[in-house]
Structure formats: structure tokens, C-alpha cells
Design a protein around this ligand. Structure first.
Ligand code: 13P
Length: 252
């Protein structure tokens, strides 16, 4: 059975102190009620070390939200995959639509980032998903396929085993507009079929595919009940312990 995952993506929110409080809050809730899924906190770089120290590693894994496309050296302001790994973080989120859209991350740049992350022993939560315009033109399947082909289908099957896919339709992110569970299931099943065509059925069956985009406690259960939805990548609702816990509880 493939791994079920609820991952938070704090984005550019929380000071260091606030972030430690949030991590502590989630940890306390999970200490009382052990999660039935893998729980990941995706935090800004500066929080990683402290959040790793704050949480019980058996209950919560820690993820960065980005890493550099270069190994090391004169790249002022960048943070390498090796640096992320050295904090104790185990995952990195790559390919988020906000990185693609605001910071010009291309398929090629993301390919470099994914390779460096894996080479440094990190697991990758790789985000894909279409814009509203693309959905309205019924191009969503072509978009997600191209994103996979452009940045992760160069990997060997063994490397691909360290990739978690997050399907995040851009029109659903932070908008309160969730994809319906049927809409999400349809494209998740398609994504799995594309992975099966590339790596075979077994690899596809073992790949966790998360849904992201206005996922909250009130819709998580219905989304996660779908056969090809293996959990969620959560933005806004990961910023309060109770809200985030409400989503984790969908697996209880
Ligand atoms: P929201 O949950 O705020 O819609 O954000 C989703 C997301 O972008 C997670 O990466």
C-alpha cells in the first residue's frame, strides 16, 4: 500500500518564533492522537533546524519549500540541497506554481533542483497543475504530462521512488475554490497512468499523489477517500495547529 501523506506548506508565513510555536502545537496534538498518515511540515529555510529539533521525528517529518539549482559556490542568497539536508529536513517541495510563476522556474531549472535534491538524500514533493485558462481550454492533462516529462521523467525508476507528486490546480490555490473530489480523482488517475506508461504499473501504484488547493478539514475526507488521492499539500489551513490537525484526522 502506498504512503498516505498530509503535508503543510507554510509558504512565506511565520517568524521563527511563530513557526516554532506552530510546530509545537501540531506536535502536541499528534502526541495525543498518533497520525494514521505521514505528516510533513514544509517551512521556510530559516525555520528548518529549529522545527526539526521541536518535533518528534516519529510523528512529523520536515520539508524545505525550495532549494538551489546549483551545487554550491558563489550564488548569493541561495540555499543548496546539501544545506537543507544538513538541517535534518528529509523532504523538499519543488515545482510549486508560485515558484514557477513568480520566480521563473523552468522545466530545466526544476530538473536540476530535483537531481540535486535526490543526490543529497532528500525526498521531493514535486508540484504540477494547470492554470484556470488551461483548465477552461481542457488542456490540464497535457499540462501535467509536460511538467512531469520536463523535470522528473529523466530519473531512473529507483530515483523516481523518492518522488511524491502533488497535483495543485493553480485556480484552486488560496482561492477557496477546491477541485471537486471527482475532478481531482479524474486527473490523479490520469497522472498515475502517465507514470505507469513511463515506469510501469508497480512504480505507479507505489507513487503517492497528493491534492493541493484550498484543502481543509471540511473537504479533506471526501478528497482523500478517492482511490488515486493519497493525501494533501496544504497551504492556508496548515498555519494553525487545529486546522492542520483537522485534515490529518481525515485519516483516523
Ligand atoms: P492553499 O491550501 O492555501 O490553497 O494552498 C495550496 C498550496 O499551494 C500548497 O502548496
Amino acid at each position: 500500500m502506498r504512503n498516505k501523506i498530509v503535508a503543510g506548506n507554510w509558504k512565506m508565513n511565520k517568524t521563527l518564533q511563530e513557526g516554532i510555536e506552530l510546530a509545537k502545537g501540531v506536535n502536541d496534538l499528534l502526541k495525543k492522537n498518533a497520525p494514521k498518515c505521514t505528516v510533513i511540515l514544509g517551512t521556510p529555510f530559516i525555520h528548518l533546524t529549529e522545527v526539526v529539533k521541536t518535533v518528534d521525528n516519529k510523528l512529523i517529518k520536515v520539508s524545505a519549500e525550495n532549494c538551489a539549482d546549483k551545487e554550491k559556490g558563489a550564488y548569493t542568497g541561495e540555499v543548496s540541497a546539501a544545506m537543507v539536508k544538513s538541517t535534518g529536513a528529509e523532504y523538499v517541495i519543488l515545482g510549486h506554481s508560485e515558484r514557477r510563476g513568480y520566480y521563473g522556474e523552468t522545466y530545466e531549472i526544476l530538473k536540476e533542483k530535483v537531481q540535486l535534491a535526490l543526490a543529497n538524500g532528500l525526498k521531493v514533493i514535486f508540484c504540477i497543475g494547470e492554470s484556470l485558462e488551461e483548465r477552461e481550454a481542457n488542456k490540464q492533462n497535457a499540462v501535467v504530462k509536460a511538467e512531469l516529462e520536463g523535470s522528473v521523467f529523466n530519473l531512473s525508476a529507483a530515483e523516481f521512488a523518492n518522488i511524491v507528486i502533488a497535483y495543485e490546480p493553480i485556480w484552486a490555490i488560496g482561492t477557496g475554490k477546491t477541485a471537486t473530489s471527482d475532478q481531482a480523482e479524474e486527473i490523479h488517475a490520469y497522472i498515475r497512468s502517465v507514470i505507469a506508461d513511463k515506469y510501469g504499473k508497480e512504480v505507479a501504484e507505489n507513487t503517492s499523489i497528493l491534492y493541493g488547493g484550498s484543502c481543509k478539514a471540511s473537504n479533506a475526507k471526501e478528497l482523500f477517500a478517492k482511490p488515486d488521492i493519497d493525501g494533501g499539500l496544504i497551504g492556508g489551513a496548515s498555519l494553525k495547529p487545529e486546522d492542520f490537525y483537522g485534515i490529518i484526522e481525515a485519516y483516523n
